[in-house]
Design a protein around this ligand. Structure first.
Ligand SMILES: Cc1cc2nc3c(=O)[nH]c(=O)nc-3n(C[C@H](O)[C@H](O)[C@H](O)COP(=O)(O)OP(=O)(O)OC[C@H]3O[C@@H](n4cnc5c(N)ncnc54)[C@H](O)[C@@H]3O)c2cc1C
Ligand SMILES: NC(=O)c1ccc[n+]([C@@H]2O[C@H](COP(=O)([O-])OP(=O)(O)OC[C@H]3O[C@@H](n4cnc5c(N)ncnc54)[C@H](OP(=O)(O)O)[C@@H]3O)[C@@H](O)[C@H]2O)c1
Length: 420
């Protein structure tokens, strides 16, 4: 995979990579790598953490399960084992991914964070600079030089910590949900969970199951749907209906069924958005909550739904409706963001929000050998779809290049030899 390796005058390692560099060893990076391996194309995967799937291994809570049935979540070329349940848990998913990496011989360069990637017009190559993330190491830097770059750093690369008045003066513990593991240590504590997406709902449920007293902030509106309808996955049902019916009608049917099963969520302080759940997801990327028990706890009063936050005080929070709650801890389930704008110096494929400007299914390919895997807002199924298209495209380019190389020495090779 490494063409050649040299040390330049600044002490930075320079590595010429035959084939693409894949940034990120999460499910998307692994899926692209597996498909490239099948095509016989060499590649290098660079990962900032010390393991594959770091989101799943280090930044998710213990009780997490895939919220869609396993048939929608496996990566290309390897279904989940038969004995796995319909909704694999976090540990099972990690084991599956570890086996996946092993099966396809994927060995990422761990502990290397990509700090910048830029296309060198003169030489016709991408220059991808990484720094070591090892805590005790001296700051070592590497520059990978490649013709193709696959961005697979994820939609959820960084936790969003909102600026809320007085939060820095709050005397209790404040964590982002990415650092929440279990409700065990919150036994008997009054915990404010900020946010009511899938994370906020599940963490509130987990806290309640561990005898904590969660209050969940719902500042706007959210669609809550049952995970299953009459024993069939709601997602599966929606996919089936969408083959025959327009999106708005599927939305109407889902909302009627949700009403029959869950009742009127507004009665518990959870207002529904005016746009239906699938339309909202399509147009604004906002994921509906698939309920796995939080609503029952809200109904019983074990989880309290509260209004938006005005400001924090030392041991309490003041809400926009004037209510003041005494609290011990805060969990910010306030979402995630892509980190692409911080390191990729490019503005054609990716927008300022770190997502491709063109929406699914057209956002996977840019110019000059640049690709985006896993930015479709369609979870693992979207990552797999991207991986198949990207690897096929790279394979075509690769084969064409090989034929040309047989005829002449390419310009970029001549250019590279003068770089160091
Ligand atoms: C709590 C939670 C639960 C979820 N549950 C589901 C679910 O049930 N089903 C579903 O389909 N989706 C789910 N998702 C969405 C989930 O993000 C994706 O399914 C999946 O993890 C996406 O894979 P990915 O490889 O694109 O991104 P990630 O899993 O985020 O992997 C990206 C990798 O890139 C690395 N990286 C980031 N920046 C750099 C850098 N600068 N340099 C080097 N490496 C870098 C990261 O360390 C990480 O390992 C969930 C998300 C969260 C937060
Ligand atoms: N497998 C699973 O079961 C599972 C579990 C967890 C997460 N996930 C997935 O992971 C992704 C991220 O989900 P997420 O729930 O972490 O994030 P999210 O869907 O982006 O939700 C963030 C929540 O925080 C709220 N919020 C943000 N800033 C706020 C503030 N200042 N005050 C009050 N509320 C604030 C938002 O409210 P507004 O809507 O008003 O902005 C929203 O309710 C999603 O794709 C989700 O499906 C899956």
């Amino acid at each position: 995979m490494f063409g050649f390796l040299e040390q330049n005058v600044s002490g930075r390692r320079c590595v010429w990579v035959n084939g693409p560099v894949v940034v990120g060893a999460g499910p998307s990076g692994l899926a692209v790598s597996a498909c490239l391996r099948e095509q016989g194309i060499p590649f290098v995967v660079v990962e900032r953490a010390d393991c594959i799937a770091s989101l799943w291994q280090k930044r998710t809570y213990d009780r997490l399960k895939l919220h869609l049935p396993k048939k929608f979540c496996h990566l290309p070329k390897l279904p989940f084992p038969e004995e796995y349940p319909e909704y694999p848990n976090r540990k099972q998913f990690i084991t599956y991914l570890e086996n996946y990496a092993e099966k396809f011989g994927i060995k990422p360069q761990f502990n290397e964070s990509v700090e910048s990637a830029k296309y060198d017009e003169k030489c016709g190559v991408w220059r991808v600079k990484t720094v070591s993330t090892l805590p005790s190491s001296i700051r070592s830097e590497t520059e990978y030089i490649c013709q193709m770059l696959v961005v697979a750093t994820g939609e959820n690369a960084e936790g969003i910590v909102p600026e809320i008045e007085g939060l820095q003066d709050f005397s209790g513990e404040v964590i982002h949900v990415k650092d929440y593991k279990s409700g065990e240590k919150y036994n008997g504590k009054k915990v404010l969970v900020v946010g009511c997406g899938n994370s906020g709902m599940e963490v509130s449920l987990d806290l309640s199951n561990h005898n904590a007293k969660p209050s969940m902030v719902v500042r706007s509106s959210v669609h809550v749907l049952p995970r299953e309808i009459f024993g069939k996955s709601t997602f599966d049902l929606a996919m089936t209906l969408m083959k025959w019916l327009p999106l708005w009608l599927v939305d109407k049917l889902l909302l009627i069924l949700a009403f029959l099963i869950l009742g009127n969520t507004q009665r518990y302080g959870i207002k529904r958005p005016s746009l239906g759940p699938l339309q909202l997801k399509n147009h604004h990327g906002k994921t509906p909550v698939l309920d796995i028990g939080a609503l029952e706890k809200i109904r019983s009063g074990d989880i309290k739904v509260v209004a938006g936050i005005k400001r924090f005080h030392r041991g309490s929070v003041e809400l926009v409706n004037g209510e003041i709650l005494d609290i011990d801890s805060v969990v910010l389930a306030t979402g995630y963001r892509s980190n692409v704008p911080y390191w990729l110096q490019e503005n054609e494929l990716f927008g300022k929000d770190g997502f491709p400007k063109r929406h699914f299914p057209n956002g996977w390919k840019g110019k000059r050998g640049l690709y985006a895997a896993g930015f479709t807002r369609r979870g693992l199924a979207g990552a797999s779809a991207d991986a198949i298209k990207i690897s096929q495209n790279i394979a075509n380019v690769w084969k064409e290049e090989l034929n040309q190389k047989k005829k002449k020495v390419p310009t970029h090779r001549r250019c590279i030899s003068t770089l160091f």
